[in-house]
Ligand binder design. Structure first.
Ligand code: ADE
Length: 248
């Protein structure tokens, strides 16, 4: 996987390259990342990257020229490495990032990610050089850097070899469209709060069923939209009935 990021704050991306699973995956050469500051493509003394909007109004708009040059150069580097570039702009206007979208992006191998600032980007850049816009949620952040890192982290952990066995097992719950079940570790009794008995039973079939039931109950309570979007196995339908019966 090869990421080309365009950002006015390249140092922010140390957060992803220097810590945790994403740092380990980089040291294993599972991905490459190059961050370009569009200021390096400006020609004036002030290295201007933004200007006032035509038509007036508050805020500044990112100039097309430095961004276009940065994106074209990033795409060329990807092509030189034999991958087809896909250009993403992080924006609250985009389609929401989901697990399914993460898997589709993981399969692309070459991503150019534009992390913009200010009120927006000249529309002509979006119309000509950006393939899609992606949002990480219905709220506005100060820039696209954190959203870009959210996307990168989610993609990187899906690269083969990025997770150990123990880590990848954790993924199952979201992959199957349900929220994760509750987790417990030592001590067995913390100031009178005890671990559910079934988890101490050693009965793996019972434990699996308890966890699935917890996932179903949590998903129904907090994210019924996730349940509505998927069909139920016979076992899941039975467990949901039990949950209903217990709550009445
Ligand atoms: N840039 C600013 N806010 C954003 C959001 N919610 N998602 C993606 N990019 C953004």
């Amino acid at each position: 996987m090869h990421f080309e990021v365009i950002s006015l704050f390249p140092e922010m991306f140390n957060a992803i390259t220097q810590s945790g699973i994403t740092a380990r995956a980089l040291s294993r050469a599972l991905y490459r990342v190059e961050v370009t500051n569009p200021r390096t493509y400006t020609q004036d003394n002030h290295k201007t990257v933004d200007d006032r909007p035509y038509g007036g109004g508050p805020g500044m708009v990112m100039l097309i020229e430095p961004l276009a040059k940065a994106i074209v150069a990033a795409k060329a580097r990807l092509v030189a490495n034999g991958v087809v570039p896909h250009v993403v702009h992080m924006s609250p206007r985009g389609l929401p990032l989901t697990h399914q979208k993460v898997m589709a992006l993981r399969d692309m191998q070459g991503l150019v990610i534009l992390a913009s600032r200010y009120e927006g980007v000249d529309q002509r850049l979006l119309d000509t050089l950006v393939d899609e816009e992606i949002s990480i949620g219905d709220y506005v952040l100060s820039g696209g850097e954190l959203p870009a890192m959210v996307l990168m982290d989610a993609v990187i952990r899906q690269l083969p070899g990025a997770l150990g066995d123990a880590e990848s097992a954790n993924e199952d719950s979201f992959v199957n469209g349900l929220l994760d079940y509750p987790h417990y570790t030592r001590p067995e009794d913390y100031e009178g709060l005890v671990v559910p008995e079934v988890l101490m039973s050693g009965n793996h079939a019972k434990i699996r069923e308890w966890r699935l039931k917890q996932s179903l109950a949590l998903t129904r309570a907090k994210r019924p939209d996730l349940l509505a979007a998927r069909s139920l196995t016979k076992e899941e339908a039975r467990l949901l009935k039990e949950i209903d019966a217990e709550s009445h």
